[in-house]
Ligand binder design. Structure first.
Ligand SMILES: [Zn+2]
Length: 402
């Protein structure tokens, strides 16, 4: 954000391959590229950040993630449009722009309400799906220059939405200037970001991966937006992605006074130490404890001849497994509901991914549940593991066997 030299470590997770690069059997004998997962905190602006070791263009231009595959995410989007329309009084005279609009999962709901809508999405294959759904979409990365061009062509928006993209942008100041260029002088910018405070509270260190460049607090979000002429006027705390913030901002010259919620979240962050560099130092120790506890458990299982398999093959699981050095000697295989992953292998650790049915055949003593955010849902689905005396395990926020 401020270009100061980064001399302070937040946490160093060693080297890891890109978390979504699943391998086929014939790739197992080839080399794999590992990149550092060394997260720094800036002593000047306090932004917690992972340098762009892999260029964003390599990750996001042919992206395989379609938001509409997740039912709960589409419902979250619909609720957001209802709320925003009510809050800002949006109608058929209004104009909404969404940045990183993916396959139109969100804007389809504003289109349905008759609100003029425009998506901006860098992945051409994903943008095509949005257009097919009736959501006009421009294929580009947002920055000050592209934002100004879009505003010239389409006019400026009453609402600019940027949900779960802010952290994925290498140059967030230029991106924020793009947001400012897109929004009308009296309009609003709404941004959702995973909250650094919740990441630290929950030891959610597996949400650190190469596509995720910034780990934001409300304080650092305010600072980035201020550098682009935007002022945060309200904030909501959401349960999504392990604990997120939704900020509402306005162009600084026309901003209304900030709500009490802004002060309250800032006070909570300050109390947790997030407004000083030193306050960030404890996280590395908490992460080391998670790794040590998990490894001790897995090694004890290996010694006692207990069988452990994994559930889920999410990107976050790969950060955890690579950081802990867990391979198929400690966790025989993992299962996943996504058929595209079956027969493939996890990057770095080469643990095979099987269909969920493999669980009942193998009758493991323990199932390590990697998507801890879906813990309730998954433990209900895996009730049958208890029939043969099997137990579930989560590593975060601390090792728990249940
Ligand atoms: Zn800085």
């Amino acid at each position: 954000m401020c270009w100061a030299d980064l001399t302070h470590t937040f946490v160093d997770l060693g080297m890891s391959p890109p978390c979504e690069s699943y391998l086929s059997a014939d790739q197992l004998d080839q080399g794999e590229t590992f990149y550092p997962l060394h997260v720094r905190v800036c002593s000047q602006c306090l932004l917690v950040q992972l340098p762009a070791y892999i260029p964003a263009e390599d990750i996001f231009t042919d992206y395989a993630y379609f938001s509409s595959y997740s039912d709960s995410w589409v419902r979250h989007a619909e609720k957001f449009i209802d709320l925003a329309a009510a809050r800002l009084g949006l109608d058929d005279e209004s104009f909404i722009v969404e940045v990183a609009s993916n396959d139109g999962y969100l804007l389809q709901h504003s289109v349905a309400r008759g609100i003029r809508s425009l998506g901006i999405e860098p992945a051409a294959n994903v943008a095509e799906a949005a257009v097919a759904r009736g959501v006009p979409t421009e294929v580009m990365f947002l920055g000050e220059e592209t934002g100004s061009k879009v505003a010239e062509r389409h006019g400026r928006a009453d609402l600019v939405v940027a949900n779960n993209v802010f952290a994925h942008v290498p140059d967030i100041v230029d991106f924020s200037k793009g947001l400012r260029a897109l929004v009308a002088d009296t309009g609003y910018v709404s941004i959702e970001i995973p909250h650094l405070l919740r990441l630290i509270d929950g030891n959610e260190y597996d949400t650190i991966y190469h596509e995720h460049f910034s780990y934001l607090s409300l304080l650092t979000t305010q600072r980035v937006l201020a550098a682009a002429g935007l002022t945060v006027v309200d904030v909501e705390e959401l349960p999504t992605h392990g604990g997120s913030l939704r900020t509402w901002s306005m162009p600084t010259e026309s901003a209304v006074p900030a709500s009490a919620a802004v002060e309250a979240v800032l006070a909570e962050e300050a109390a947790a130490g997030l407004h000083t560099v030193a306050g960030h130092y404890g996280f590395a120790g908490a992460v080391a404890k998670v790794r040590n506890d998990l490894l001790e458990f897995l090694i004890a299982c290996a010694r006692d001849g207990k069988k452990v398999v994994g559930y889920g093959a999410p990107g976050k699981g790969n950060t955890l497994l690579n950081h802990c050095g867990i391979r198929s000697d400690l966790m025989e295989f993992s299962v996943d509901r996504n058929p595209h992953k079956h027969g493939k292998f996890l990057p770095g650790t080469h643990i095979p991914i099987h269909p969920v049915e493999a669980l009942a055949e193998a009758r493991p003593d323990y199932v390590l549940v990697m998507p801890w955010n879906l813990r309730k849902e998954i433990s209900a689905q895996l009730e049958y593991v208890r029939e043969w005396g099997g137990k579930l395990v989560v590593a975060l926020p601390e090792l728990e066997i249940f």
